[in-house]
Design a protein around this ligand. Structure first.
Ligand code: GLU
Length: 464
């Protein structure tokens, strides 16, 4: 068996979006699974739309997801000489030919075919055939170069996702592989690259299925081995429509910004069109061990934001508190919140991670411990009953001397409500609001312990 070589070949016309990231992930995982090589190739021949910023955005996205490539990035624009060389070889071998048909002639041909309700296609007028006499090339028309596509038979492949696909060669006209100015065209460059780079498995979006028969014919004409193709179905948004900008966070880096962990996004993307039984939660390593082309679904995969959030929370809970705090700290700093001098951020995030499904939600939740809390008077009035006031004063006195640990604080709360004949929430609720400005918090004894004696006393002193 030949060593596996896969590639991710983005066109740098925008950021790395979710669909591209999944293609990259599957290509990467397949190479890793088989101890192969993962190549990054930048398909930048569309000069009008390709930008260096987009190349960087794609590389940033792949770095964030840790989809490391082993070779490249190779840029198609830097391989022009090679494409031209192959075109010369094809002309010499008779698998490509010059075509002098002008734009006007092509327009006329198209109009004629449309009038006859035929599919518009090049009619092969400059195609050399045995026994055919070609017109004399006009001196003033710079020729394009066309691939001499086989006329008969079918081109077929066993798509690793979609199964067998067959196209009659009669359906394919002779593709232009070099424009009149000599620049090679897209499908041709892909073939030369896949050949030169020894790609064994092409894993890509199914928007390329239509290109595949042409590419297979060109590869065959080059004497290249045809790779295995796996065309991934598209991804639909939560609402069932094709995933697009309308669905918000389609750029991978937007997920970083929104507070998702790369591990969660990887796990999520892995399940987008691939399955291993009912397994939903698995590490990158586990995915690599399980991944194969045989369990990729041919039908479209639907995005499910809730599931991604659920996975994200799972991975957040998995992180040691120090690491989680290190990820939340810059998010707080970005909002101008300084955690120095406040309670331990490690403890704060550990306390709130069960209630947060993104790092941003977690940052929102713990922010109160590092800013001055001014409880909303209405919220306070709603939770602070008259009969609880003496209990709060008593509790504050106890707080001044209690052992600073959760069980002792919990005992003090219990003792205070017992002494004042109150139900637990009558004290716990106003304490929550006074200390955090919020009626919903984790266990109040833990919140008190987190804030610290000084902070709690200061807040309770403000008790109106
Ligand atoms: N450059 C193409 C794209 O971004 C991918 C081509 C391929 O994988 O063959 O859609």
């Amino acid at each position: 068996m030949k060593p596996v070589r896969t590639r991710f070949a983005p066109s740098p016309t925008g950021y790395l979006h979710i669909g591209g990231a999944r293609t990259a992930l599957f290509s990467w995982a397949y190479a890793r699974r088989h101890g192969g090589t993962f190549v990054l190739r930048i398909e930048d021949t569309d000069v009008a739309r390709s930008t260096p910023e987009a190349v960087q955005a794609i590389i940033d996205g792949m770095n964030w997801l840790e989809l490391t490539h082993d070779e490249g990035p190779f840029y198609q624009m830097q391989r022009m000489e090679r494409y031209k060389e192959v075109i010369q070889q094809m002309l010499a071998a008779g698998t490509a030919y010059h075509c002098y048909t002008t734009r006007e002639e092509l327009d006329a041909l198209r109009a004629e075919q449309e009038a006859k309700k035929e599919k518009p296609r090049y009619d092969g007028r400059w195609r050399p055939e045995a026994g055919k006499t070609l017109p004399t090339p006009p001196a003033d028309v710079p020729p394009v170069i066309r691939f001499k596509n086989p006329k008969d038979g079918v081109v077929a492949w066993d798509d690793a996702v979609k199964g067998r696909i067959e196209i009659a060669n009669a359906e394919l006209d002779d593709l232009i592989i070099a424009r009149a100015d000599g620049t090679p065209t897209y499908n041709f460059c892909v073939c030369v690259d896949d050949w030169d780079m020894g790609i064994t498995h092409v894993i890509r979006g199914d928007d390329h299925v239509n290109n595949t028969p042409r590419q297979i014919n060109i590869l065959a004409a080059l004497g290249a081995e045809v790779p295995i193709y796996a065309h991934l179905s598209m991804i639909l948004g939560d609402d069932g429509a094709k995933l697009s900008k309308r669905h918000g966070a389609v750029s991978v880096m937007q997920y970083d910004e929104d507070g998702y962990l790369p591990e969660a996004v990887i796990n999520y993307l892995a399940r987008l069109g691939w399955s291993h039984g009912d397994d939903e939660v698995f590490s990158r390593q586990q995915f690599v061990e399980w991944f194969g082309l045989d369990h990729i679904t041919a039908s479209a995969a639907q995005f499910n934001t809730e599931k991604l959030q659920w996975l994200n929370q799972h991975y957040m809970k998995q992180l040691p508190a120090a690491e989680l705090a290190a990820k939340v700290a810059p998010r707080l700093a970005a909002r101008g919140v300084d955690v120095a001098g406040g309670p331990s951020l490690e403890k704060a995030v550990a306390l709130y991670v069960d209630r947060s499904n993104t790092l941003n939600v977690l940052a929102d939740a713990v922010e109160v411990f590092y800013t001055t809390v001014t409880p909303n008077p209405e919220l306070l009035a709603q939770h602070l009953a008259e009969e609880a006031r003496p209990a709060i004063a008593d509790f504050a006195a106890g707080i001044a001397t209690v052992d600073w640990e959760i069980p002792a604080i919990a005992a003090l709360i219990k003792e205070t409500v017992g002494k004042h004949g109150l139900k637990m929430p009558k004290l716990a609720m106003p304490l929550r609001v006074l200390l955090t400005g919020q009626a919903q918090t984790p266990s109040v004894d833990a919140v008190i312990e987190l804030i610290g004696r000084e902070g709690v006393l200061a807040a309770l002193k403000k008790n109106p």
